[in-house]
Design a protein around this ligand. Structure first.
Ligand SMILES: [Cu+2]
Length: 145
């Protein structure tokens, strides 16, 4: 069997069954990101994949593949010292980004919206979704030289 077709079929039945489970709550999940259009997707409460590996100079694209609102908010103390801070909404530091969400839903990434960031410094980057951090919606990007 053609591998691509097989994977597509699995993805379709998976999202169909997820949609079936959650239809009562009127939510859905698009197929996960495959690296073509986006690299990291989001279900209602998780980044997929939760850990993503890339190399210096690459641009990583997140896409909200769910019916829920999310953010991508880097944790200042959990990114390399020399790295540029990043968050949806373009905030310059974590405090501003996190406050913005609570004050006016700043940094909101709506359904099927994308966000991208280019990683210039190698190391490990931990980020959260501010509205779902208590539900452990946390992700990691590992940037290799
Ligand atoms: Cu979220």
């Amino acid at each position: 069997m053609n591998r691509r077709v097989y994977l597509a079929a699995v993805g379709t039945s998976l999202s169909a069954s997820l949609a079936g489970c959650s239809s009562v709550m009127s939510v859905f999940d698009d197929p996960p990101c495959s690296g073509d259009e986006c690299d990291i997707g989001m279900t209602r409460n998780a980044f997929v994949p939760v850990e993503y590996e890339t190399t210096v100079g690459e641009t990583v694209v997140w896409k909200n593949t769910s019916g829920a609102d999310h953010t991508v908010t880097a944790l200042e103390n959990s990114i390399p010292d020399e790295a540029e801070y990043f968050a949806t909404g373009g905030y310059e530091d974590e405090r501003t980004a996190r406050d913005a969400w609570h004050e006016y839903r700043g940094g909101r990434l709506g359904t099927r919206e994308t966000y991208e960031h280019t990683f210039e410094v190698p190391g490990e980057y931990t980020y959260i979704c501010e509205p779902h951090v208590e539900g452990n919606m946390i992700g990691t990007v590992i940037v290799r030289e």
